[in-house]
Design a protein around this ligand. Structure first.
Ligand SMILES: [Zn+2]
Length: 415
């Protein structure tokens, strides 16, 4: 009987030791790290086009200096590893950022914080995580920090690094509408482009992806009941039908995919006064001409917009045509012939450039009287094909077409 009691006491003591041991180990490793992570986001709610900027602050909460490696923390101002646990209502969100194989650390890879000192970095969460669906997100820093073990390093010629968990606060935010996760754009190839042209083109390509994505988000996030009165849509594509609206949406899906995910090759071999041209069957090859180099990066008839225009022409993308050029002509086309407007390259360019900015959502939601959004009540007055007196631009265009280069899609320089 004594024996039995002894056994029970022993089990009890062992169990107790284990509990103490575990909690001691946790406490110790926490003290070894000595760094506290604070996360914050400037807004509680975000919309599709918003950057999801996260502030990351590390504080040395010990009374000694702490030296650590900044690798795989937002202090590198980039995602270099899967460093956060991000969840949408309990579901883990997958990491889409870089995974890096490192060489040995250099001196400037280390940061030393004095007792009580803090350091901060800012990072766009959408660069690292596939954030697409609306809902409530939570995140916490989920990476062990690599701390220089001063004592161990002192006694050896080699640097000793110790992995230590950081004590991280969690942060949450609400995404109010669905969005497309950021795609790592495939870098464009260049043909006959010098270094300064390549740098201009890299910016233009990146800006074109941004406006293509924004266009797609705005089309997808406009409620069916608001599409018929969405000024941005109706200005460039005319009266709304659900079929035309879905055609435009599918065009922008493909334009965005072409620019972001397909191998685009940009050619600097054109010395004509056009903006650019493509051959519609020679997909993803875009030739830039003189007017392109003088255009602004963004805005009306910009470099970014030109890439949207040209990309829309490819048969495998949206197979658009050049029915008219210029903002005024494109607006008239939208009124007179919406079926041609949704097939017109410049109309896509102007929708994407959105300069001056027009809204997709009706200011006040009081337009419910037109209950069936699919058929508009304005009489479909056929197609008054040739609008008014043709401008000089148009005559020159017809002349160029007569010259037999109509297979070349031009961005016409006089616009
Ligand atoms: Zn064109």
């Amino acid at each position: 009987m004594n024996n039995k009691l002894q056994k029970i006491v022993l089990v009890f003591i062992l169990g107790f030791m284990q509990i103490v041991g575990v909690s001691y180990a946790n406490k110790e490793s926490y003290v070894v790290s000595g760094l506290e992570v604070k996360l914050s986001m400037p807004q509680g709610e975000y919309f599709a086009a918003d950057a999801l900027m996260l502030n990351f602050t590390l504080t040395n909460i010990t009374s000694e200096p702490v030296t650590f490696l900044k690798w795989e923390t937002p202090l590198e101002n980039d995602f270099t590893g899967d460093m956060f646990a991000v969840h949408l209502e309990g579901q883990k969100i997958r990491y889409i950022g870089k995974l890096v194989k490192r060489a040995a650390p250099q001196e400037n890879d280390f940061i030393t914080l004095a007792a009580g000192e803090s350091i901060s970095g800012v990072i766009d969460l959408a660069d690292g995580y596939a954030i697409e669906n609306e809902g409530n997100y939570t995140l916490a820093f989920n990476k062990h920090l690599q701390i220089v073990d001063n004592l161990a390093t002192k006694n050896s010629s080699k640097l000793n690094l110790k992995l230590a968990p950081a004590n991280s606060s969690a942060v949450g935010f609400m995404l109010n509408e669905g969005r497309y996760m950021k795609q790592r754009a495939k870098q464009a190839n260049f043909s006959s482009c010098d270094a300064s042209q390549q740098s201009v083109l890299n910016n233009a390509h990146a800006a074109a992806i941004v406006i293509a994505e924004e266009s797609l988000n705005s089309l997808n996030n406009t409620a069916t009941s608001e599409q018929a009165t969405a000024e941005r849509y109706t200005t460039w594509f005319g009266s709304h039908t659900s079929s035309r609206y879905s055609t435009v949406t599918s065009h922008f899906t493909k334009i965005h995919d072409a620019l972001a995910n397909q191998q685009v090759t940009l050619h600097c071999d054109c010395t004509d006064s056009f903006f650019a041209y493509v051959f519609i069957g020679d997909e993803y090859n875009i030739h830039l001409c003189n007017a392109f180099w003088n255009a602004a990066l963004k805005g009306t008839d910009s470099q970014a917009g030109t890439l949207i225009h040209e990309t829309s022409h490819f048969t495998v993308v949206a197979a658009t045509d050049d029915h008219v050029y210029g903002q005024n002509e494109a607006k008239i086309l939208a009124i007179n012939n919406p079926n041609n407007a949704i097939d017109n390259a410049d109309s896509h360019e102007y929708f994407a450039e959105n300069t001056p900015a027009l809204l997709m959502e009706d200011g006040d939601g009081s337009s419910d009287d037109n209950s069936d959004g699919s058929t508009s009540n304005n009489s479909d007055d056929g197609t008054s094909s040739a609008s008014g007196g043709g401008s000089f631009d148009q005559y020159l265009l017809y002349f160029l077409m007569l010259l037999g280069i109509s297979k070349i899609s031009r961005k016409y320089w006089l616009k």
